[in-house]
Design a protein around this ligand. Structure first.
Ligand code: LMR
Length: 476
């Protein structure tokens, strides 16, 4: 039956980790996926996360029941407040609808509240020999019902006054950033006004999965100029020109901070101009916020672009991930928020977000969102988190300095000061595909072939080795 199935290419980012794992060379280095590593090259579990998890485990009332379709309501409330700010007029006016999302692409079967399932093809007997079972972990089996709980309609009751009335906030938990983007894209494809084009504008370049997510949801994907290879900065004029010629009502994908892959963010003045263009062209901003706290080490500063847009009164969509800033990568803790005009709309939007979620993965996993909610909701744990997050951001910045200095010492041709200037987890080196392949094959330095390197995967000990390798591939 499956003999005709062709081998799919490895994922451009996740495939790098697979190649790194398979590489037997002891010098190997994984600078592909954006995942924070300690100076020893190990994954980091934050102390605040460990403590929150211990508290959850010790709770005699903890269980593995289903979450509601929209996820953990307390998590949703805390997540959107983190992004939009406690003093956000939209929150006070209740104009945002948020649901927890599963960070990513759900699929398949499993077992309930733990959302651990496997989409397993159970080929047991018959010819074909061993190794005939293709297994991918999936997100539990559909159709098993769920526990009604949490705070239904939360976000609807918290509003005070202000334009649009109360309860204009709707939030759903999501499968981290990817899941929030996918649920958001599916919702928009189904519910944008019939007059709005199903067109999304993505920065060029952008995180590779953006294109696929929106295309799978039925959007026509277009790009706006973003990165200027000559200056290694923002192609701001080109970006403005492209947005000015976008059709009215198109969706505009924006990275809230720490643009992935370039590490180049607009200045506050440039953000103000982008907002004006979005208003002029009635574009629907869709913020992807995967790095709040990672850009500057300051959670509020890293949300400034998003808050500027929300305060302007625009309706918008927000995908949030806690993968990087809480180190909850595999827990798939994220949220999707839709800023609406009024309470009625937010309530209806939330109901439709649930209609997207239910046939996709039914309801989200509880563990990661419970951890995040504990950290965000407990003043002491939250302060621990703030300090630890700042520590991660500072280590990444110190890796920029270490790499720059090592390149400088080796007189590597070119101006490498961009390594110091770029923001967030990544440095976009400008190395060609061939040079990247040489880094992989000769030096066992694994990276995406667009020249992006994860600074969070580097250590002071390995920076000279990376500089030697870059010097080699640049020279030859
Ligand atoms: C990355 O860009 O490396 C991360 O966002 C991980 C991913 O899922 O691609």
């Amino acid at each position: 039956n499956w003999a005709h199935v062709e081998m799919a290419p490895p994922d451009p980012i996740i495939g790098v980790t697979e190649a790194w794992r398979a590489d037997p060379d002891p010098r190997k280095l994984n600078l592909g996926v954006g995942a924070y590593r300690t100076e020893e090259g190990k994954p980091l579990v934050l102390a605040c996360v460990r403590e929150a998890e211990a508290q959850l485990m010790a709770d005699p009332n903890s269980n593995h029941e289903y979450l509601p379709i929209a996820g953990n309501a307390e998590f949703c409330r805390l997540a959107r407040t983190l992004a939009l700010g406690g003093d956000c007029p939209a929150l006070q006016g209740g104009r945002v609808a948020t649901v927890q999302a599963l960070s990513g692409e759900g699929a398949g079967g499993g077992n309930g509240g733990g959302r651990r399932g496997e989409g397993v093809c159970m080929a047991r007997t018959g010819g074909g020999g061993e190794g005939r079972v293709a297994t991918v972990q999936a997100l539990s089996i559909e159709g098993a019902g769920g526990v009604e709980g949490g705070r239904r309609g939360e976000g609807v009751c918290m509003a005070r006054t202000g334009g649009g009335g109360e309860g204009r906030v709707a939030t759903v938990q999501a499968l981290s950033g990817t899941g929030a983007l996918r649920v958001g894209a599916e919702f928009l494809a189904a519910h944008l006004p019939s007059t709005a084009p199903r067109v999304v504008y993505l920065p060029s370049p952008t995180w590779g999965n953006h294109k696929t997510i929106f295309a799978k949801a039925g959007f026509q994907v277009r790009e706006y100029r973003y990165f200027d290879a000559a200056t290694r900065g923002l192609a701001f004029d080109g970006m403005c020109a492209d947005l000015a010629s976008a059709p009215r009502g198109a969706v505009l994908l924006l990275h809230a901070c720490a643009h992935n892959p370039t590490g180049v963010d607009p200045s506050p003045q440039q953000w103000a101009r982008i907002l004006a263009l979005a208003q002029e062209k009635a574009l629907l901003p869709f913020f992807d916020s995967a790095y709040q706290g990672f850009a500057s080490g300051d959670l509020d500063a890293d949300a400034a672009s998003l808050r500027l847009f929300v305060r302007s009164g625009l309706e918008l969509v927000l995908a949030q991930s806690f993968a990087k800033n809480m180190g909850l990568y595999g827990e798939r803790a994220g949220a999707l928020s839709v800023v609406c005009k009024c309470k009625d709309t937010a309530g209806r939007v939330e109901s439709q977000l649930k209609m997207v979620i239910r046939p996709m993965y039914s309801n989200p996993p509880m563990h990661g969102a419970a951890i995040a909610a504990k950290v965000l909701g407990d003043a002491r744990l939250r302060e621990m988190w703030r300090v630890e997050l700042k520590g991660m951001a500072e280590r990444i910045i110190s890796m920029r300095r270490a790499l720059y200095d090592a390149l400088y010492e080796r007189n590597v041709p070119g101006d490498w000061s961009f390594v110091l200037k770029q923001i967030g987890m990544f440095s976009y080196t400008g190395l060609s595909r061939v040079q990247c392949q040489k880094l992989v094959n000769k030096w066992h330095i694994h990276l995406t072939l667009d020249g992006r390197i994860s600074m969070a995967g580097l250590s002071a000990q390995k920076a000279p080795y990376l500089a030697d390798a870059i010097a080699d591939v640049v020279a030859n």
